[in-house]
Design a protein around this ligand. Sequence first.
Ligand code: ADP
Ligand code: MG
Length: 386
Amino acid sequence: MSQILPPATLGMLGGGQLGRFFVLAAHEMGYKVWVLDPDKNSPAGLAADRHLCADYGDFAALDELANSCAAVTTEFENVPAATLEYLAKFLPVRPSADAVGICQNRVAEKMFLRNNGLPHAAFASINSEADLRDTPDELYPGILKVARFGYDGKGQARVKSREEAIAAFQAFHHEPCVLEQMLKLDYEVSVVLARDEHGKTKCFPVAENAHAKGILDISILPARSGTCQQDSAQELAEHLAERLGYIGTLAVEFFVSHGQLYVNEMAPRPHNSGHATVDACVTSQYEQQVRALCGLPLGDARAHSAAVMVNLLGDIWYDATQPGPDSHGAYREPDWSKLLTVPNLKLHLYGKHHARPGRKMGHFTVVDADPVKAHAVAMAARAAIG
Ligand code: ADP
Ligand code: MG
């Protein structure tokens, strides 16, 4: 494919914060971006040159996108495969419908890992209560996950026995699931990488991730020394991207259990744990997405600083000490001056209109040559903002 150069227009499927950062990166490089998302207040739609406010299956909107854009990508793994296949008849779509299709379904994802010899937790694919009755003992205690549309720990149940698994499967209305063995986690890491159309890959440093209530809480870049076999994680992620025939920015989440790496899941898009690449790396994960989409050579993925990224959830908009309309307390804007006065802290707010507990509203990244200092400053800032 010949290179797509500025001021071409690029298409983005999905209007969340990951799409918004893509828009900002593309704008800096001189591209225009059209966003398709059904939410009229979507963060990426608000920043785009044009927001097509329509469903992903709206063919009139897809035709408009195809007629105006030079290439299209996604920030959201749940775009229907049919949408990507339709667009691919008219213009380059990266990543491909096939790659997105594997990443958006946990059964397909686990089968892909198994078939390609990538290390993963033991699992069974579950379509019926009979499948659950046949599950081996080694899968308990386990975790039952719906195959489609789970995120941030939603659509998951921790189960100690077959009986609990059957009850959870009923609560999920018998939707297809995977049952995974529960691993004892030492910690979690992720590798974000970009792969171009010639198969050249650039990996960002391994990120170390801590979750709270199933949602990413903080991400440390690079992962602290001694915490994992960084080269092995990057090699596994590169191998995985190659087997997927992937073009674009890809994230691979890993568990580390008893010192061993296991692939948890993949995201066919930039990743929350890669936000720090904006402030700490020569090229961000979003710029790499633009570059891979446009057939440009990938940028240098090296980190020039250590960084600690902290997610800002909607919870901090509520003051539990003051009465409010519901049990969360009074609704008010957090006091951003507490963060904006820290000189090596970069605040990113996504422009979402209403904060809800658990909703990702923004994040901040502390960058420092010294990773220990970056961590200390980030923890103090987090404590200050609540
Ligand atoms: P999602 O991020 O889509 O909600 P994940 O499969 O990544 O779903 O699960 C969310 C979190 O739950 C993981 O980051 C991890 O902390 C925990 N978890 C998930 N699967 C397992 C497992 N098999 N063993 C131990 N912990 C797990
Ligand atoms: Mg996950």
